[in-house]
Design a protein around this ligand. Structure first.
Ligand code: KG4
Ligand code: ZN
Length: 349
C-alpha cells in the first residue's frame, strides 16, 4: 500500500488530498481531501485572474495540507510520496503548489512526483474504478482543455483531437457571461437549459461532419451572442439551444474518434464539463451503440481536485517514477508530445 499526498493549484481551486492506492472502495482510496474554490474572488471579473489566483493559493495551501493530514490522522512522515501538479496551467499557481511539494519532499525526505494536471484528469476514472483497464478512449472536457485521447497506459497518450479555438467549458462559461449567469457558467447554463426548448434557436454545429475529430466552439459562441442581441429569444431557449448544439458537436466528434482509435475497453469522460448530465446521457447512448461501457467519474472527481493528482502520483509511484527537486513548473505541457499542431489551434497544452 502507498499513501500519497496530492497537491493541486493549477487554476482556481486550491486542493490537497491523501490517497491510499490500495483502498478497497473509493471512500477508502480517498483517505482525506479538501478543496477551496476561489470562485467568489474571480466572480467580479467574469473569469480567473492569474495574480489573484496565485496569491490565494499561497495563503490557503500550507494550512490546508496540515488540515488534510490531520483529517487522515497521519503525519507527513507516514506519507510515501508527494505528488504535485507541475503544469499545464496558470504558472503562478502551479509554482505555488510545486514549490510547496518540493519543500515538503525535502523536509521529510520523501520522493516528489511531478504530475501533469491533464494526466490527473485522464486517470481520474481509474481512481473511481481501478478495474478500468487500458487502453480506453478519453474525452477530456474542462474550462481550459478539450481533447480526445487514446489512453494506452500510464504516460502513454495519443491525442486524436483538440480544439482549434475554445474549450467546451470555456464555451459554456462564455455563454453564461452573455446570458448574465455569472461565473463559473457551466452549471448555471445546464440549469437554465432544463427550462428551455433546445430547438428554439437555430445555432451552428462547427466542424460537424469533418473527417478529423477536432473541435471548434468560437463560431457557436458568436452565434449565441447574436441570438441574445436580437432580443427575440428567451434566455432559457438560448441556453437549451446552445447546450444542444455543443453536445451535438461533442457526440459527432467523439463518434469520429471512436472510428479512428484502436480497440478500447471503454469510452471515458473526464474534466469539469463531465459533470453535465445531458452530456453524460448523450455519451451513454453513443457508447452503447459502439458496444462499449461509458465510464464517468463522480462529478466531484471531474472538476479540479487533488485526489486525482494523488492518484496519478500513486500510479507513478508504483512504477518507481519520481523527480529531482529542480523539476520545473510548465505552463504548457502536452500529454502527447508527438501530436501534430492543428491549424488555428490556440496552444492549450
Ligand atoms: O476541470 P475543471 O474544474 O477546471 C479546468 O481544468 O478547466 O473544469 C471547469 C469547467 C468550467 O468551464 C465549468 O463551467 C465547466 O467545467 N462545468 C460545466 C459543468 N460543471 C462544470 N459545464 C457544463 N455543465 C456543467 N454541469
Ligand atoms: Zn482541470
Amino acid at each position: 500500500m502507498a499513501l500519497i499526498l496530492g497537491i493541486e493549484s493549477s487554476c482556481d481551486e486550491t486542493a490537497a488530498a491523501v490517497i491510499d492506492s490500495n483502498g478497497e472502495t473509493l471512500a477508502a482510496r480517498i483517505v482525506a481531501q479538501r478543496i477551496a474554490s476561489q470562485d467568489e474572488m474571480h466572480r467580479p471579473y467574469g473569469g480567473v485572474v492569474p495574480e489573484i489566483a496565485a496569491r490565494a493559493h499561497v495563503e490557503v495551501l500550507g494550512p490546508m495540507i496540515e488540515q488534510v493530514l490531520a483529517d487522515a490522522g497521519l503525519a507527513l512522515d507516514d506519507i510515501d510520496a508527494i505528488a504535485a501538479t507541475a503544469g499545464p496551467g496558470l504558472i503562478g499557481g502551479v509554482m505555488v503548489g510545486l514549490v510547496t511539494g518540493k519543500a515538503l519532499a525535502m523536509a521529510a525526505d520523501k520522493p516528489l512526483i511531478a504530475i501533469n494536471h491533464l494526466e490527473g484528469h485522464a486517470l481520474s476514472p481509474r481512481l473511481a474504478e481501478p478495474a478500468l483497464a487500458y487502453p480506453y478512449l478519453l474525452l477530456l472536457v474542462s474550462g481550459g482543455h478539450c481533447q480526445i485521447l487514446e489512453v494506452r497506459g500510464l504516460g502513454d497518450y495519443r491525442r486524436l483531437a483538440t480544439t482549434i479555438d475554445d474549450a467546451l467549458g470555456e464555451a459554456f462559461d462564455k455563454t453564461a457571461k452573455i446570458l448574465g449567469l455569472g461565473y463559473p457558467g457551466g452549471p448555471a447554463v445546464e440549469r437554465l437549459a432544463r427550462e428551455g426548448d433546445p430547438k428554439a434557436v437555430p445555432l451552428p454545429r462547427p466542424l460537424v461532419g469533418s473527417g478529423e475529430p477536432h473541435f471548434s466552439f468560437a463560431g457557436l459562441k458568436s452565434a449565441v451572442m447574436r441570438a441574445k442581441q436580437a432580443g427575440t429569444h428567451r434566455d432559457a431557449d438560448i441556453a437549451a439551444s446552445f447546450q444542444q448544439a455543443a453536445l451535438d458537436c461533442v457526440i459527432d466528434r467523439t463518434r469520429i474518434a471512436l472510428g479512428a482509435c484502436g480497440p478500447v475497453t471503454a469510452l471515458v469522460v473526464a474534466g469539469g464539463v463531465a459533470a453535465n448530465a445531458a452530456l453524460r446521457g448523450a455519451l451513454e447512448e453513443l457508447a452503447s451503440s459502439a458496444g462499449l461501457p461509458l465510464v464517468a467519474p463522480p462529478p466531484k472527481l471531474c472538476t479540479d481536485n487533488a485526489a486525482m493528482i494523488g492518484w496519478a502520483g500513486a500510479e507513478r509511484f508504483a512504477m518507481g517514477y519520481s523527480e529531482a527537486l529542480d523539476v520545473a513548473a510548465r505552463p504548457r505541457w502536452p500529454l502527447d508530445a508527438n501530436a501534430a499542431p492543428v491549424r488555428g489551434a490556440g496552444v492549450k497544452g
